[in-house]
Ligand binder design. Structure first.
Ligand SMILES: CC(C)(COP(=O)(O)OP(=O)(O)OC[C@H]1O[C@@H](n2cnc3c(N)ncnc32)[C@H](O)[C@@H]1OP(=O)(O)O)[C@@H](O)C(=O)NCCC(=O)NCCS
Length: 167
């Protein structure tokens, strides 16, 4: 019998026609809010309908250039990253990396790092000169992840920081 080898880690774009994948990302967006803001604030901020609509907005090429990347570990989706190309006034375009999430069981082994590298590769292919990511100033794990990948804190406002990398 021939042996089929399944790659351990692979990254692909979300299937825009898959209700399961859209729901999965919306649920994990909610889980991200809960982890960052706490259960009460995180669930009260946006309804599930709003989050589903937000995922769908990212898939509408007439409205945005966004990409939703899914990372699979042995064919199971364990994380996602969302990024889009934005215009800086009427000057140059930049990459806006809006969120990243990895399932708790798959953390601390470089899964998020692979997603960061993947988003960067996509933006480089698109000839985009800069990526930014905004996060809470106390989200040290996230800040370390981006700093390891060459991002620097370039702005602070209230309790938020902006991480930037020039490509
Ligand atoms: C932040 C988040 C995406 C990180 O995902 P992750 O896959 O665990 O990230 P990595 O594995 O690349 O890095 C995490 C740690 O594992 C370490 N690591 C990476 N590969 C490793 C390996 N092979 N062996 C041991 N440690 C390893 C990294 O050095 C890092 O250590 P640090 O936290 O002390 O800096 C994840 O915790 C998450 O989804 N959090 C909730 C959602 C969230 O907060 N999103 C951001 C909103 S702004």
């Amino acid at each position: 019998m021939s042996k089929v080898s399944v790659p351990k880690i692979s990254i692909r774009e979300i299937d825009p026609n898959s209700i399961e994948e859209i729901s999965l990302v919306a649920n994990r967006m909610r889980q991200t809010l809960v982890e960052v803001l706490g259960e009460e604030k995180g669930t009260a901020l946006y309804s599930m309908e709003w989050l589903l609509e937000r995922v769908r907005w990212h898939l509408d090429s007439e409205q945005t250039s966004a990409k939703i990347f899914l990372i699979e570990e042995y064919s199971k989706i364990v994380g996602h990253a969302i990024a889009r190309i934005e215009k800086d006034g009427c000057t140059s375009a930049y990459g806006y990396f809006s969120t990243i999430f990895v399932e708790p069981k798959s953390r601390n082994k470089g899964v998020a790092n692979s997603l960061v590298l993947h988003v960067e590769t996509w933006l480089k292919q698109m000839k985009i000169p800069k990526i930014v990511y905004n996060t809470a100033e106390n989200h040290l794990k996230l800040i370390r992840l981006f700093e390891r990948n060459g991002f620097k804190i370039t702005a602070k406002d209230k309790e938020m920081v902006q991480l930037t990398k020039l490509l």
